[in-house]
Design a protein around this ligand. Structure first.
Ligand SMILES: Nc1ncnc2c1ncn2[C@@H]1O[C@H](COP(=O)(O)OP(=O)(O)OP(=O)(O)O)[C@@H](O)[C@H]1O
Ligand SMILES: [Mg+2]
Length: 231
């Protein structure tokens, strides 16, 4: 058995913008062992979100190989990719992306509505996920009735409710104060330590990156270790 969750080889992504071609990722290699909490830093526009979108099968590479949990993702059809994503990926966004008219419980239940779980099984899974993120008592509140930190915890519960092995997080603490951010980072750490999740987290915040096992810097299409360290 391969103990890598992610293996990228020569991964490139280009976008055409009118007459010009932008290539945020160029022949990138990346290995992420199962259970690692990896932080990804880099200037604005360096391709961090692009990389998360490739890792999660939302977007497809222009070139190269991307093997996740032993599967060559680039070779899947669109339909296969959708099913694959539902089983393997939890996506956590900076601005939560919760449905405003639904309660915390209903937001977390959403990814399970496509599964063949019974209502009772869905209820148990959603309750467990909300309990895990420390929101067991606020399940009937809508997003506007929650703080930013609580909204992000609902979003994390939604990302883990289907029990995917890989979580990708795009600046999950970017909009939070330090105390709420620390709580989210502790939660993410617990998901790797106690639940074996692999996490790739984009952040601009060196303190957030310090919570991860390893930090890589994306610059000019390449991943570098310790690129911005001045110490
Ligand atoms: N769908 C798209 N079509 C065209 N160009 C795109 C698309 N998505 C991203 N880009 C371009 O690719 C580059 C990388 O964008 P990306 O969003 O990955 O950067 P980022 O590192 O996440 O930046 P930020 O820190 O500001 O979120 C940018 O030049 C951007 O304009
Ligand atoms: Mg981004």
């Amino acid at each position: 058995m391969n103990d890598l969750m992610i293996q990228c080889r020569g991964l490139s992504k280009s976008y055409r913008k009118g007459a010009t071609v932008v290539t945020p990722l160029e022949a990138l290699d990346l290995d992420v062992p199962k259970g690692e909490f990896l932080a990804l830093m880099g200037p604005s526009g360096s391709g961090k979100t692009t990389l998360l979108n490739l890792l999660s099968g939302i977007d497809s590479p222009t070139q190269g190989s991307l093997v996740i949990a032993g599967e060559e993702v680039a070779s899947l059809s669109r339909r296969q990719l959708t099913a694959w994503r539902a089983r393997h990926i939890g996506y956590i966004f900076q601005l939560y992306h919760l449905v405003p008219v639904l309660t915390a419980f209903e937001n977390v239940e959403l990814p399970l509505l496509l599964s063949d779980l019974s209502k009772k099984e869905r209820h148990d899974r959603v309750s467990a996920a909300l309990e895990l993120v420390g929101l067991g008592d606020r399940i009937h509140h809508t997003p506007t009735e929650l703080s930013g930190g609580q909204e992000q915890r609902v979003a994390i519960a939604r990302a883990i409710v289907a029990d995917p092995p890989l979580l990708v997080a795009d600046e999950p603490t970017g909009d939070l104060d330090r105390a709420a951010a620390t709580r989210i980072l502790d939660l993410l750490r617990g998901l790797t330590r106690d639940h074996g999740k692999t996490i790739v987290m984009v952040t601009h915040d060196a303190k957030a990156a310090a919570a991860a096992d390893r930090t890589l810097h994306l610059e000019k299409g390449q991943l570098l270790e310790n690129a911005c360290d001045v110490s």
